[in-house]
Design a protein around this ligand. Structure first.
Ligand SMILES: NC(=O)c1ccc[n+]([C@@H]2O[C@H](COP(=O)([O-])OP(=O)(O)OC[C@H]3O[C@@H](n4cnc5c(N)ncnc54)[C@H](OP(=O)(O)O)[C@@H]3O)[C@@H](O)[C@H]2O)c1
Length: 232
């Protein structure tokens, strides 16, 4: 499959790209800074996804160079952690620009390339977080942006079903990446203790669910956000 993953320079995006390349797929990745993956089937693009004009130009280029996509994984995202009374409006707006509006814009542009796929169904996947169902304090901006993504998944799944495009979410507990580097260890330990499976999630834990949600095995699954680790 030809899979686009946003935010592949570090963390989950990079790990997923490496796993999917090793599994034989072709991966198109992007980030603001230069790429960190060297692979014959990997194509990296530098773009700030919060710049709508640059985002459209990227997809125009992909149409010329790749022709189609079989799956889009909306991974690029950021978080801030602070009491909402101490979070400036501008900070929340910037976070929504990446976590929600860039996802919406990537989906809109990717649909035009997914329609050109020869696969029986194609897939859009978006990453969410346990901060949504757990309504974590200190995460108002982050969790509301991801709650919006989960709603995007539900609505878009209906609006794209007749085009054979499935839209799902993956709800992820804490994983050790740049994003969680500054979160105090006691806070992470407290979150892990709330999971049914009481160990830290690794990027390897994401691979099976991601392969399922973008692959033929989930041909009849759409509009779902699947949470890992047992969060309820
Ligand atoms: N880590 C966790 O514990 C955790 C838990 C739940 C959910 N998630 C979700 O998983 C996703 C990935 O998180 P992560 O932990 O892997 O984060 P990360 O290590 O900070 O990676 C984020 C990636 O996105 C890219 N990026 C950031 N801003 C961008 C922009 N404006 N335009 C294009 N690319 C941009 C970054 O590269 P550049 O800096 O070069 O742009 C980087 O490659 C996020 O959606 C996050 O909410 C993570």
């Amino acid at each position: 499959m030809k899979i686009m993953i946003t935010g592949t320079r570090t963390g989950i995006g990079r790990a997923l790209a490496e796993y999917l390349l090793a599994a034989g797929h072709e991966v198109v990745g992007c980030s603001r800074k230069p790429g960190t993956i060297e692979h014959v089937r990997y194509d990296h693009h530098r773009v700030d996804l919060t710049d709508g004009v640059a985002l459209k130009a990227l997809f125009r280029e992909l149409r010329h160079t790749h022709g189609h996509l079989d799956a889009l994984i909306n991974n690029a995202g950021t978080s801030v952690m602070n009491h909402f009374m101490l979070t400036p409006e501008e900070t929340t707006r910037r976070l929504f620009d990446l976590n929600f509006f860039a996802v919406l814009n990537c989906c809109r542009e990717a649909v035009k390339l997914l329609r050109r796929s020869a696969q029986p169904t194609t897939a859009i996947l978006a990453l969410s977080t346990v901060a949504v169902p757990w309504a974590l304090d200190g995460h108002l901006a982050y969790s509301t942006s991801k709650a919006a993504v989960e709603q995007l998944v539900r609505v878009m799944s209906k609006e794209l079903a007749d085009q054979r495009i499935r839209v799902n979410g993956l709800g992820v507990p804490p994983v050790g990446t740049v994003l969680t580097r500054t979160v105090p260890t006691e806070r992470i330990d407290g979150l892990v203790a709330r999971q049914a499976i009481k160990r830290l999630c690794t990027t390897a834990d994401l691979v099976g669910p991601v392969e399922f949600l973008i692959g033929p095995g989930s041909a009849f699954v759409t509009g779902e956000t699947i949470f890992l680790g047992g969060v309820n």
